[in-house]
Design a protein around this ligand. Sequence first.
Ligand code: AMP
Length: 513
Amino acid sequence: MGNLCCSPSQGSPAKNFHKTPFEGRTSIVSDPNPRYHPDPKRNNVDFVRSRVAKSGRTRVVVAQYSYMARDANDVSFHKGDRMEVLDDSDGDWLKVCHLTTNIVGFIPENYVAEESAVQSKDWFMENVSRKEADKLLMNTANSRGTFLVRPSEHNPEGYSLSVKDWDDQRGYHVKHYKIKPLDNGGFYISTNNVYPTLSALVEAYAKNAFGLCHVLSHPCPKPTPQMWDLGPTYKDKWEIPRDEIVLGRILGKGNFGEVYLGRWKDSKDVAVKTLKQGTMSTQAFLEEAAIMKKFRHNRLVALYGVCSKEEPIYIVQEYMRLGSLLDVLRKDQGKTLDFRDLIYIAAQVASGMKYLESKQLIHRDLAARNVLIGDNNTAKISDFGLARVMDDDQYQLKHNSRFPIKWTAPEGITKGIFSIKSDVWSYGILLMELFTYGQVPYPGMTGPEVVELVLKGYRMPKPNNPKITEDIYRIMLTCWDAKPENRPTFEFLTHYFEEFDVTTELPYKEVDY
Ligand code: AMP
């Protein structure tokens, strides 16, 4: 519900939301010009707000980003706004009372941070890897000295400081420093300068570089977080009323039907996959959707819901503006991707697959055509059409199923056995597609020729292409090891590509990754 004002906290604040309006409480005058919600009912002012400060037991969160309400149940807010949490029992949506507008409703949990926590700092980024930090800081809008702090990927207690720098030789680049914790509290980069908190450390280095490449000038803008639902109404249900979606242009054609750009409630772009009648059972199509809905990772395309009441059935998913990786690589756009970008894409795909590996899910159709690209070369894995959760650790192909031969591991072709290791094989083929800018694998060869040769031990040779270094080609070959168990894990591959570009320059004794 989004149109009640806040009720008082009693006991545990997060669980004590009362639907009934309050009696006998002092009225306070709230913002005379409610800023956000067009519905006046949702800007009710008749309640006491001061309890937040008095009780000392309430949980207050601060908005890290602005958010515009999408349906009758959620609350709009601006970056920096404070909200009291009334119910946090749903993982993705918090029920809150906005402490300025007094509107009660749901907000996306990942748009806010605990007021007192380090996550609420402009410069702190919780889920950012070293590669992503590079990418964010290298945005041309960021000047020298722009920085962020993130949890260390290697030391669970430690953090890393990433700073954008410039010099004549390398132009703009990013340097990373270890922030080490002390056993009895406190943090340091250099043992000469120890600080009680991360904030104190950042403040000090914002005034004086103390040996860093540059003083810390501006916090790096945080990217808007991923949303997993269209709005709180859809947090527990996934049937979307068809009339909420207006179809626009065709984005592409898939195996089972067209994919359209859609607009949900005139407020959000979505991609709509339609199921051509007679190509696949409704049941199988919905199974694909169910799998996508269940698995969430920032390197997997999000599924918002389905329209399954009438034909053609729609799957409504996150819209990725640049379309499939294969198309991007083959178009002019692809030419603008430099080596660093290709490595970044390889790392992101490996990271999404690492997540599937950890969930014991096999994709079974991993290829450049099934990776989608968004802004800033964000890559996400799509098309779980053939995906299956493994009962054991491998999946036996049913008769008559079709599979993409040039991407399929030998044991998949000969025995119909698929496992996460056959996905690793496909990932090796995807790497070849990536570094050859979308060339068809095994150029000039037919599927049956490829099968015959691969089973005899033939592997795609290293193309005469300076982007495919010996190291990268060796990684491809390990992905194509005849014995599945000898192929690397996606965890290893993620680490490999995440760390690929590690600078050898040590600008400071404590330089880190
Ligand atoms: P598919 O049915 O998944 O093979 O999709 C066919 C084509 O539609 C892809 O190659 C993309 O060009 C486009 N497409 C599919 N899903 C999306 C999406 N979520 N965002 C943008 N384009 C998409």
